[in-house]
Structure formats: C-alpha cells, structure tokens
Ligand binder design. Sequence first.
Ligand SMILES: NC(=O)c1ccc[n+]([C@@H]2O[C@H](COP(=O)([O-])OP(=O)(O)OC[C@H]3O[C@@H](n4cnc5c(N)ncnc54)[C@H](OP(=O)(O)O)[C@@H]3O)[C@@H](O)[C@H]2O)c1
Length: 232
Amino acid sequence: MAVAAAEVLRLKVAVLGGTGGLGFGLAARLALAGVEVVVGSRARERAENAAGEISRLIGGKAVIRGLENSEAVRDCDIAVLSVPFEGVDTIIESILPNLSSNTVVVSCVVPLKADLRGYGSAAELVRDRIPSQTPVVAAFHTVSAEKLTKLNEPVGCDTIILGDDREAKKRVAELAYKIDGLRPVDGGALKNTRIVEQITQLLISINKRYKIHDAAIRVVGIDDARVFESWR
Ligand SMILES: NC(=O)c1ccc[n+]([C@@H]2O[C@H](COP(=O)([O-])OP(=O)(O)OC[C@H]3O[C@@H](n4cnc5c(N)ncnc54)[C@H](OP(=O)(O)O)[C@@H]3O)[C@@H](O)[C@H]2O)c1
C-alpha cells in the first residue's frame, strides 16, 4: 500500500555499502520513489559509480550521489547499514564523527556464520556501538537483493521492522512503504532481531535448495489496512 505523498516527510537517506547487492537494490528502489539518496562506500569512486548506474537505470530523474561512508551520513535522516557483519565495527567507527542524534541508523546486517561475540544479533552489536541518543532500527533482512533490482516488478513481500524507539520505527516503516510491494510489519523490540537475522539464513538455504535467488516472507493473518494503521 502506498502512502500518500502529502503524508510523507521528505527524506534524505544514506545507504552505506550501497555498492553491494542489498544496498544497491535499496538505493535504486528509494531513488525510484523520489527519496534523496546518498550511496556510501569505503571508496568515493565506487560510490559515485553505483550512484551513476542507478541514475542511468532510473532515467535521470533520481536525486542520488555517491560519497565515502563518513561523508554520506552527514545530515541524513536515515542511514542504512548494508555491509557484511565483518565490516560493521570499522564502518561505524568511520561514521561516528558525522552521525547526528537525529539520524535513524538501520541495520540490515545478517551475521551468517560469523561469531556474534556474545551479542544476540548483529543489530544489538550495532546498538552497542552507536551513541544511545541515536536510534537504531533493524529492517530489510528478508528482502532479496535480486528482487529489489528488478525495478519494474513489485517486491511482493514483508519486511519486519524492529527497534525500541517507536518514532524511529515509524520513520523506517514510511521508508519501506516507498518501495513498491514492500509491507513493513512491526516485529517488536530490537532484541527480536536475532530471530529475523536467522530467518534470512533460512531463506538463503531455501534459495540454495530450490535454486532461486529471491525467497522472501509474507505474514498472513493481518490485512494490509491493519498493518498500515499500526504505523499511525
Ligand atoms: N544480499 C541480500 O539479498 C541480503 C538480504 C538480506 C540481508 N543481507 C545482509 O545485508 C548486508 C549487505 O549484504 P550484501 O549482499 O549487499 O553484501 P555485500 O555485497 O557483500 O557488501 C556490501 C558492501 O559492503 C562493503 N563492504 C564489504 N566488505 C566490507 C568490510 N569488510 N568492511 C566494510 N565494508 C565492506 C562493500 O562496499 P565498498 O567496498 O564499496 O565499501 C560492499 O559493496 C549483509 O550483512 C547481508 O548479510 C543481504
């Protein structure tokens, strides 16, 4: 269900790791929806190349550019962390000087086989590394990069939004609604992300088993209007 334009705040979103599979797809979908997007990378040139490729895919109407990660987060409303678990510590360290407490940090990181170093989930590790006044939300774990990059098809699945700050979760849900066919379902507290990160690992093994690339989830039993109302 699309949110009427007037109801939606103008958003500037940084996608850190936007040169990779999931981040590139999210950046492209958001740019397609008219969101101002900054692609972040460890190398500015790679970020500029990815932003240029997205502009070409969308046909020039995208408001998108590429910057090094630490510059990409400057003045953004939402910063999506879309990097491998192994890169989380260094990326966070690099962005902290320019990260505002008004920015919502979104983790879509899945640890795969990595050692969680005593944390229940990658999102909880991210929470621990980010200053407490900056909200952390977890989302987009169950959306496949492959589906996102097929820009002319609705993604047709749910994403579970988790976090301990209600207003921050609402902002991320608004963002998710901008992606055609994506429904944001409230998954409760950030600590529940440990379950969702494992669902992604299950989806990866289903992909392998059925030789596909876009297994996803859909929660049945709640209609779209009810989900939409839950974010108001
Ligand atoms: N792909 C999916 O469908 C999918 C679905 C759900 C969740 N996820 C999760 O989302 C995150 C991103 O997935 P992905 O498939 O997009 O990953 P990816 O393509 O392997 O990496 C994304 C970007 O992260 C940066 N990066 C790579 N290694 C890094 C390191 N050690 N330190 C800092 N930055 C590093 C690279 O950007 P630069 O080299 O340009 O800096 C890379 O392009 C992962 O945690 C993954 O588990 C992925």
